[in-house]
Design a protein around this ligand. Structure first.
Ligand code: ZN
Length: 95
């Protein structure tokens, strides 16, 4: 189930993931990009998510655990599952 994330949650998650030894640098980039004057909001939201997907590291494996929703997936994007990645991108984009 996709999480409903707010921008304030994103900062909390970055700190939380890094405190637990995870690499949250790509998630941080998404958040920082969304706060920059380079306005990604002119882009259609689906185009934006597709672009972020292309730019992010995809990890394939068996029983990879998403650190945000703690479910197991065969694939992680930027260190989290697709659902959380999508929720993250949407939340970062929202103002
Ligand atoms: Zn997840």
């Amino acid at each position: 189930m996709p999480l409903r994330l707010e921008v304030k949650d994103l900062t909390w998650w970055i700190d939380h993931l890094e405190a637990n030894g995870a690499d949250a640098s790509q998630l941080r980039e998404i958040l920082e990009e969304s706060q920059s004057p380079h306005d990604p909001h002119q882009e259609d939201v689906e185009d934006y998510i597709a672009r972020k997907l292309r730019e992010s590291t995809v990890e394939n494996g068996v029983d990879l655990v998403c650190p945000i929703c703690t479910n197991e997936y065969p694939q992680l994007v930027a260190g989290v599952c697709y659902n959380c990645f999508r929720g993250w991108s949407l939340a970062a984009r929202r103002r």
